[in-house]
Design a binder for this molecule. Structure first.
Ligand code: UDP
Length: 327
């Protein structure tokens, strides 16, 4: 069995990736400290508890499983928090990734799939965001991810570590079987917060800013279904195994939705009112982040077939109603 180390395999995206890897014939070995993830989300392969700040523990797990590749999802990923506590982001994301990358080199692991983000681009007015756009992040989260991308380029040049870097736009939805789904504590993301507000599990959703230079004044994002997103990772792994070398890909659909449009779609899909109020901007938020690239479709053969807004909300709603993890 081909082992793939999945850091953050107990988290939202990592757990879906484990399911996709298992379906593709790999053994996904979750490496996770369960700080923000859930033990119950590890259903498709073994769980190895460990922290990326602990290099010896990474080496131990590598020696045990002799992985053919690493998929690196583990990260702190909240834009707002990264503005308030930048040190936490630089230390955890950058130092943790450095340990992992050096462990790959030491163990002779040649293939690395990395979760990066469109937040590395920053705010670009009227520019199509393709992979060649200059990366000028406006928050510490994006800056920490850009630093890891740079690290991968340097280690690729020095040691032949080949990487597929995926720059995610906004990930949404859940496994249609509701085996795994999105569950953060605390929750900060738009769609799960909105679903909580709809069924009264929390107070009204606050729209962060209604004075942006967009048609309805709210921020615009490009939402991609988590199942489509992880399918791209399996294609990225095959790309590396086929000897095609390091490459960067945006993962988005090219369609932008404002916060108000997401609220409207949720009202339709759930057939419930969405309680919301209008609030101030959130520090670090870009006005508009929409992918301007079809490289993943063209080169990887990626087909983001579930990434329709109504489908994403319907899958998230099913998970919201049926599945949850208990700490
Ligand atoms: N957002 C909002 N209210 C919330 C959470 C998010 O208006 O309670 C907005 C946020 O400003 C952004 C979009 O929804 O424009 C998506 O935010 P999220 O935190 O889900 O993802 P991010 O874009 O930060 O990765």
């Amino acid at each position: 069995m081909k082992n793939v180390i999945v850091t953050g395999g107990a988290g939202y995206i990592g757990s879906h990736a484990c399911k996709a890897l298992a379906a593709a014939g790999f053994n996904p070995v979750t490496f996770d400290n369960i700080s923000t993830g859930w033990e119950e989300a590890v259903k498709f392969g073994p769980l190895e508890r460990g922290d990326l700040m602990d290099r010896a523990r990474i080496d131990e797990v590598f020696a045990q499983y002799k992985p053919v590749a690493v998929m690196h999802f583990a990260a702190l990923s909240q834009v707002g928090e990264s503005m308030a506590e930048p040190g936490k982001y630089w230390r955890s994301n950058v130092n943790g990734s450095l340990n992992l990358i050096e462990a790959c080199v030491a163990a002779g692991v040649k293939h690395f799939v990395f979760s990066s983000t469109c937040a590395t681009y920053g705010d670009h007015d009227n520019v199509m965001l393709d992979e060649e756009v200059q990366q000028t992040p406006i928050n510490a989260y994006g800056a920490s991810k850009r630093a890891i991308e740079d690290m991968l380029k340097d280690f690729g040049a020095a040691f032949g570590l080949e990487s597929v870097i995926f720059r995610y736009f906004n990930v949404a939805g859940a496994d249609p079987d509701a085996e795994v789904g999105e569950f953060h504590q605390p929750e900060t993301h738009l769609i799960p917060l909105m679903l909580d507000a709809i069924d009264g599990k929390r107070d009204a959703l606050t729209i962060y800013g209604t004075d942006y230079e967009t048609p309805d004044g709210t921020c615009i994002r490009d939402y991609v279904h988590v199942c489509d997103l992880v399918d791209a990772h399996v294609l990225g792994l095959k790309w590396l195994q086929d000897g095609k070398g390091s490459r960067v890909f945006n993962l988005g659909t090219g369609s932008g939705f404002s916060v108000r449009e997401v609220i409207d779609q949720s009202r339709i899909v759930t057939n419930r009112e969405v309680p919301y109020k209008e609030g101030a901007r959130r520090a670090g938020d870009c006005t508009k982040l929409v992918s301007g690239s079809t490289r993943a479709e063209k080169e990887l053969g990626w087909v983001p077939e579930r990434s329709k807004m109504d489908q994403m909300i319907a899958d998230a709603w099913r998970w919201h109603q049926n599945g949850h993890y208990d700490k």
